[in-house]
Design a binder for this molecule. Structure first.
Ligand code: BEZ
Length: 236
């Protein structure tokens, strides 16, 4: 049967994060206002009491201090009610072990969104995948409330939380040092300098007059050691 195409507006990178107030497992939140001055990752999962989501929550909650050290808070969401959230998080803490992680307490807020109001605002309902469950969306929102990265995964695919952490650190490093980060970058790897904006600058680069290494006029990098990166991006 042909599926009806519904046009929905979805937030994009560079947009202000859509505002909402919501009931969560940690009380009411006013988003993104309550997180002004810090990074926040807003993420959705399909449903409480499902196995892949359970492994994701255990993993994310276990990394919470690591994200806090990078001045980043976590906020979850699903199309479930508050009591379901509470019961699921209690079960996770009491009974479930994943990859050696057990008795994990989820202390970040988990939004109840049975009306789908927030999920719809953030394009988390993608009807081709499921009409009543949110996809696995991840929104990285900066201290000014601007969306800086969006990642979507389908229902069947659990997220890679090392990549989510790596992306956060790379975004912060790009802001701090005015650089870009190449494929698979990690702190300590060479960073990329933006392309030359003029013929003069291209020549200067190739003449070796800039503090960078160039393979060609458009492909220049420089070193920033790991300690320098981490000193800037952590606790800030
Ligand atoms: C899960 O989290 O296990 C899951 C949720 C929805 C669909 C498929 C798997």
């Amino acid at each position: 049967m042909e599926q009806e195409q519904v046009i929905v507006s979805m937030p994009r990178i560079g947009d202000k994060a859509p505002e909402f107030t919501a009931v969560t497992t940690q009380g009411e939140i006013n988003f993104p206002g309550d997180y002004s001055g810090e990074w926040v990752i807003l993420f959705s999962h399909p449903a409480d009491f499902t196995p892949v989501c359970t492994t994701e929550f255990i993993t994310f909650a276990s990394m919470q201090d690591q994200f806090a050290e990078a001045n980043c808070k976590l906020v979850g969401l699903s199309i479930d009610g508050l009591y379901s959230h509470i019961a699921w998080l209690r079960t996770i803490q009491e009974k479930i072990e994943y990859r050696g992680m057990k008795n994990v307490e989820v202390t970040f807020p988990l939004i109840e969104d049975i009306t789908m109001e927030v999920a719809k605002k953030y394009g988390m309902i993608q009807p081709g995948e499921d009409t009543t469950k949110a996809v696995r969306a991840v929104f990285f929102i900066d201290p000014r409330g601007v969306i800086r990265t969006i990642i979507y995964y389908p229902l069947s695919l659990g997220r890679n939380f090392d990549e989510i952490y790596r992306a956060l650190i790379a975004l912060k490093a790009a802001d701090e040092f005015g650089i870009a980060t190449p494929a698979d970058w990690r702190p300590g790897d060479d960073v990329i300098i933006g392309p030359a904006g003029s013929c003069g600058s291209a020549k200067n680069r190739m003449d070796g007059n800039e503090d960078m290494e160039c393979q060609d006029w458009f492909f220049c990098s420089r070193k920033i050691d790991k300690e320098t990166v981490l000193k800037k991006v952590l606790k800030k």
